[in-house]
Design a protein around this ligand. Structure first.
Ligand code: NAG
Ligand code: NAG
Ligand code: NAG
Ligand code: ZN
Length: 501
């Protein structure tokens, strides 16, 4: 997913960040992807794209409807702008094009490509079980029900929807020829030309009902985690000649630059899953037997509700398995044994509660999903960055911006995504909710969960960057973490919780 030219407009108002965001970036060298987060902190943050779509991440979701696109068949009388922005080749799309099968209307803005190089037909961003395709097309849409234009939507958690199409070298593709025949006119950065409209639908695979769905980000700076991703299961093909035209014609340098830099290999490598899962709309085919069906949103809501206002002693006991990543059935059996020890203790606790109603009352705050700023309201990444940066600057800890943003954003995204069935509930998100609960109950649950998850072994890999919650009681996402303490503890999840009271 590449986001072009709108960013500077949106960000220039934030003068103190303008220095950061004007920064040049590339796919290799000193401004390459491993350095993006220096100037674009979200690139080092949570819920990044692309990902490797691995079988073990897949969950069948019977509620996923076929993708429906409207007004994609453009007439030759409609002029489209074809441009080279130095990172990709991009076609601007008219606002009458939209996706109609998602909860909001998502209006088309542009499409663009990522590809390999002359000798290497491997340049897709998403990979499937580690297989990289020759190229990938992204059709970028924004949530026009909620936002006036692309620049308003790009940094909102429900702002964008992108259709991803995997491209393999094979049969000649007539639809791709509609724009490839013009790319000699945009060899250099910032060149653009007008071209006649054509049927954009013909660039997509025949079947729009089979796809992967997950929550992710722009795959280029500023990497906001604002994208609802749909990657079609079936790839399209272009001929070897067509691939070579794409891979060898363009330059990422300006026409007047003395050294011409070829535009190739413009793909980002797969990012951490971050407790996300990938929903699939299909169930048949290789490697799909025994695929889990997602737990219903209703069940998920009940669990979160119980975390918010329910009896935590119950959750720390029998209900604990429901909080663990799905597919942990084995664990559930083993845990029962473990938990026997805890049970008597918990019963004593419950009794105490009944005897001490004030303790319970304290837990029953009026926080509910959607009203707490938790999960249902969109996050605004630019303003969040602004606030976090400001707080860090006051304490001369600007260098912690990436980690601070990650800590602020991850629990919200995880919870939102969990309620939509697109991730497992992660411990940092649970702790985020538990901050409003009485200390002893919450500590008990935290201890049980940490223990259960530690026993599960390699959960740690995906979450090793996540620091624990801090004592700041506010749910404000701009909460700034304390100094990282990870060196002195064996595992971030074992770090003690601190409570405002
Ligand atoms: C987008 O919309 C906002 C608010 O409606 C407006 O202020 C801004 O100028 C628009 N940006 C562009 C690029 O059209
Ligand atoms: C919580 O909600 C109840 C009604 O559901 C209301 O009477 C009470 O005032 C609310 N408390 C707070 C702190 O908002
Ligand atoms: C988990 O650990 C087992 C061995 O302990 C290993 O075979 C497996 O590949 C690991 N899984 C992951 C996702 O790291
Ligand atoms: Zn892209």
């Amino acid at each position: 997913m590449h986001f072009w030219s709108f960013t500077p407009i949106a960000l220039l108002e934030l003068t103190f960040l303008a220095v950061l965001h004007g920064a040049k970036w590339t796919y290799n060298g000193p401004e390459g992807e491993h350095h993006w987060s220096k100037h674009y902190p979200y690139c080092g943050g949570a819920f990044q794209s692309p990902i490797d779509i691995q079988s073990k991440l897949l969950r069948f979701d019977p509620t996923l409807l076929p993708i429906e696109v409207q007004n994609y068949n453009l007439s030759p009388n409609e002029q489209l702008t074809l441009g080279n922005n130095g990172h990709s080749v991009q076609i601007s799309l008219p606002s009458k094009m939209y996706i109609s099968s998602l909860p909001h209307r998502y209006t088309a803005a542009q499409l663009h490509f990522h590809w390999g190089s002359y000798g290497r037909a491997a340049g897709s961003e998403h990979t499937v079980n580690s297989r990289q395709y020759a190229a990938e097309m992204h059709v970028v849409h924004f949530n026009s029900d909620k936002y006036h234009n692309m620049s308003m939507a790009v940094d909102k958690s429900d702002g964008l929807a992108v259709l991803g199409v995997l491209i393999e070298v094979g049969e000649f593709n007539q639809a791709f020829e509609q724009f490839l025949r013009f790319i000699n006119g945009i060899k250099y950065k910032d060149q653009r030309i007008q071209m006649p409209g054509f049927n954009i639908r013909a660039l997509l695979p025949a079947r729009l009902d089979e796809y992967y769905r997950y929550d992710g980000s722009l795959t280029t700076p500023p990497c906001y985690p604002s994208v609802l991703w749909t990657v079609f299961r079936n790839h399209v093909t272009i001929s070897r000649q067509q691939f070579q035209a794409l891979a060898t014609t363009l330059y990422s340098s300006h026409a007047q630059d003395s050294a011409a830099v070829p535009l190739k290999g413009n793909y980002r490598k797969p990012q951490l899953a971050d407790s996300r899962v990938v929903l699939v709309s299909f169930k048949e085919g290789r490697g799909l037997r025994g695929i889990h069906t997602v737990t219903s949103p209703l069940t998920r809501r009940q669990i979160v509700k119980q975390l918010l206002v329910g009896d935590l002693a119950d959750l720390a006991d029998e209900g604990l398995y429901r909080l663990l990543p799905s597919g942990s059935e084995k664990l559930r059996v083993g845990m029962k044994e473990d938990l026997k020890d805890l049970q008597s203790e918990n019963r004593a606790k419950s009794k105490q509660q009944t005897l001490n109603p004030s303790l319970r009352k304290k837990g029953q705050t009026n926080r509910s999903v959607g009203k707490s700023g938790l999960a249902e309201d969109e996050l605004s990444y630019v303003s969040l960055e602004h606030r976090v940066f400001h707080q860090l600057k006051l304490s001369h800890r600007e260098h912690q911006l990436v980690q601070a943003l990650r800590d602020a954003v991850f629990p919200e995204l995880n919870l939102k995504s969990y309620l939509d069935c697109k991730s497992d509930l992660a411990l940092p998100a649970i702790r985020h909710i538990l901050r409003g609960r009485p200390t002893d109950e919450a500590l008990e649950l935290d201890r049980s969960l940490t223990k259960a998850l530690m026993n599960q072994g390699n959960m740690s890999t995906a979450l090793k960057h996540i620091l624990p919650m801090t004592h700041h009681g506010s749910l404000s996402p701009a909460t700034v973490p304390r100094e990282p303490q990870s060196q002195s503890y064996p595992h971030p999840w074992l770090l003690p919780m601190e409570w405002e009271d």
